[in-house]
Design a protein around this ligand. Structure first.
Ligand code: NAD
Ligand code: IPM
Ligand code: MN
Length: 363
């Protein structure tokens, strides 16, 4: 951003940018470009500071998440724009666990919001479904469950080896994400909340989900609440996605169902997500990973990242600017100005330039 403030008074929004690995490094700059363009035309000030955390730094210096990272991010920044982590040279995925899961846990970003929204009817693999049917929000619990890294090996690398991975669920953790789902439904006048678990098999951890769900749902009598086992949910979202407005589930199931939802809406290249703790520095990343097989070719779809940026702008209170990015992306899809994953022939950069130009000239 230039030295001259675009808006008198008010402080600039400060964004930490972590492009990460693979296509994260290709799509994130396109998002930054689009945000700059929309901020400029709205005469708003925004500053970006880039951090080079990822596989290269890990392999070079042995550093994953620097010790002062969490403090700096929460004290100095309003939000974090994140690309993706994952590199074939780090088969353990150690750096991704430390950085991505580390930030989700240490910043206590308990809400992983992953909206599924069909931008154009031709993009869904489902027959006779339209954007009216494929439109729901997935709330994934983001700080607990099977992701906490509690467990270990016994007799590792022997024929008698045992591996244990604990599923950690706290009443507070379960309650806050379920409550968040109901509040979201209430605030957005959505009628239906579906909680999904596997309480028929996971008789302790998901029994807690059942009990908390029953308690919280009673406080929202105007909302139609329902429970489905996760296997049934996976089947139902494909059979009839129109029956869902809000889905709330645990960390692992939310990871899986959000990729399924992404594909119903045209693929991973389009899917945004937000890791939020309301009122605190939060982290915004596309649902997709670093996609090593297409990295470096300039063909990654930047739309997932740009829609992620729109969620970040909403979070900052810049609703009109978020809407402008969403409208630009819809126009790009409508005009077929898209990357090969959507059948187009544009490069990552060409799509990013087009979106930035669209929001600049205020179409
Ligand atoms: P992936 O999301 O990277 O890729 C899955 C498939 O989707 C691939 O065919 C890929 O080419 C395609 N794809 C993904 N994003 C795309 C885009 N923007 N444009 C066009 N095509 C796109 O999942 P994966 O292959 O299972 O994982 C690769 C690495 O990424 C792994 O190391 C994994 O752990 C990591 N990962 C990281 C994150 C994250 O940082 N948030 C998320 C998922 C996976
Ligand atoms: C995601 C990813 C991560 C997750 C991996 C990289 C740990 O798949 O953000 O969806 O499972 O949360
Ligand atoms: Mn995932």
């Amino acid at each position: 951003m230039g030295a001259k403030p675009l808006r008198e008074g008010g402080p600039a929004a400060r964004i930490a940018v972590i492009p990460g690995d693979g296509i994260g490094k290709e799509v994130t700059p396109e998002s930054v470009k689009a945000i700059f363009a929309v901020a400029q035309s709205a005469r708003r000030r925004i500053e970006f500071v880039e951090f080079d955390w990822g596989a290269d730094k890990f392999l070079r210096e042995g550093v994953t998440l620097p010790p002062d990272a969490v403090e700096r991010l929460s004290n100095e920044f309003d939000a974090i724009l994140f690309g993706a982590l994952g590199d074939p040279r780090v088969p353990s995925n150690q750096h991704a666990a430390d950085i991505l899961l580390g930030l989700r846990f240490k910043l206590d970003l308990f809400v992983n919001a992953r909206p599924v929204a069909l931008l154009h009817d031709r993009l869904t693999p489902l027959r006779d479904r339209t954007s009216r049917d494929v439109r729901f929000m997935v709330f994934r619990e983001n700080t607990e469950g099977l992701y906490v890294g509690v467990g270990g090996f016994f007799k590792k690398d022997t024929p008698d080896e045992i591996a244990v991975q604990e599923d950690v669920n706290s009443r507070k953790g379960v309650e806050r994400i379920i409550r968040h789902a109901f509040e979201y439904a209430r605030q957005n006048t959505l009628k239906r909340v579906c909680m999904s678990d596997k309480s028929n098999a996971m008789t302790f951890a998901h029994d807690l989900w059942q009990r908390v769900f029953k308690q919280v749902r009673s406080e929202y009598p105007e909302i139609e609440s329902r429970h489905l086992y996760i296997d049934t949910l996976a089947m139902e979202v494909v059979r009839d996605p129109g029956q869902f407005d809000v889905i709330v589930t645990c960390n692992l199931f939310g990871d899986i169902i959000s990729d399924l939802g992404a594909q119903l809406a045209g693929g991973l290249g389009l899917a945004p997500s937000a890791n939020i703790h309301p009122g605190r520095t939060s982290l915004f990343e596309p649902v997709h990973g670093s996609a090593p097989s297409i990295a470096g070719k300039g063909i990654a779809n930047p739309i997932g990242s740009i829609l992620t940026s729109a969620m970040m702008l909403d979070f900052l209170g810049w609703k009109a600017e978020g809407d402008a990015l969403r409208e630009a992306v819809r126009a790009a899809v409508r005009e077929g100005l898209v990357t090969p994953d959507l059948g187009g022939s544009k490069t990552t950069q060409q799509v990013g330039d087009w979106v930035a130009n669209y929001v600049s000239i205020g179409n």
